[in-house]
Design a protein around this ligand. Structure first.
Ligand SMILES: O=C(O)CCC(=O)C(=O)O
Ligand SMILES: [Fe+2]
Length: 240
């Protein structure tokens, strides 16, 4: 049996008591500025060890997925010029370890089920209607990727993601994003094309360490996980 208070660094991030408002203010400001907010070292070292061991224990349960996709998840349109960002297709592959592999008494769900967790995330995001995904296969999953797999440049189709870094590969794996590069009104294809070409000055590179919690609004911020190297799998938990 785990206790959330041993797994989450509540001294550093008192999301359940006095000090919560200061953390919230910082998270909201970061999200408003560039759609990304990170709590470095949200987990304790023991918490990182426990979730990494839990992920390793079920790493053979991953459902592998391969696709070839553009940044918009749309079909190719040969009527557009070859240079159009909608015509740049990349290999996307990973494995999702479904939620039913994570026991209620396990480390990952002990963190997720900590009573102050959901209200804290809701208040960071200022989402009045905020519910857990009721799908028992998807409320908390682990995204696993090894060298050769990857998440190339894309915009998310959901408004936000809540992710917990668990384990990094030996090399690569930086989270790269172009904050708010498009809006609901303006696709800014020229700016997107520069990111895809590797010539943009708008890309921020974030190195997430095991135990870091990230809130990310990916609908308007183009992002990718830089290609991985080495034999160790990269594990990221996704809370939905
Ligand atoms: O694995 C990650 O850090 C993010 C993956 C991602 O961008 C996604 O699932 O949409
Ligand atoms: Fe994404």
């Amino acid at each position: 049996m785990y206790s959330a208070t041993d797994l989450i660094d509540l001294d550093r991030y008192p999301i359940d008591g006095p000090g919560r408002d200061d953390i919230l203010a910082r998270m909201r400001a970061d999200l408003a500025r560039d759609g990304c907010a990170v709590l470095k070292g949200f987990l304790t070292p023991a918490g990182v060890r426990a979730v990494a061991a839990e992920a390793d224990g079920v790493s053979d349960r991953g459902h592998r997925s391969f696709s070839r996709t553009n940044a918009y998840f749309t079909a190719d349109n040969p009527a557009l010029p070859d240079s159009d960002p909608r015509r740049q297709f990349y290999e996307r592959s990973n494995a999702f370890i479904p939620a039913d592999n994570f026991a209620p008494t396990g480390a990952l769900r002990t963190i997720h089920d900590f009573p102050a967790f959901d209200p804290f995330i809701r208040d960071c995001l200022q989402e009045p209607r905020f519910y857990r995904y009721a799908d028992p296969l998807a409320d908390v999953i682990v995204n696993m990727a090894v060298a050769g797999n990857g998440f190339p440049w894309h915009f998310d189709t959901n408004n936000f993601t809540v992710t917990l870094a668990i384990q990094n590969a030996e090399g690569g794996g930086a989270f790269e994003y172009a904050p708010m590069i498009r809006t609901a009104e303006d696709e800014r294809f020229d700016d997107v094309a520069e990111v895809l070409a590797g010539t943009s000055d708008k890309v921020v590179s974030l190195t997430l360490e095991p135990g870091d919690l990230q809130l990310f609004k990916g609908r308007y911020s183009l992002h990718r996980v830089a290609p991985l190297t080495g034999p160790t799998p990269r594990y990221v938990a996704i809370f939905s």
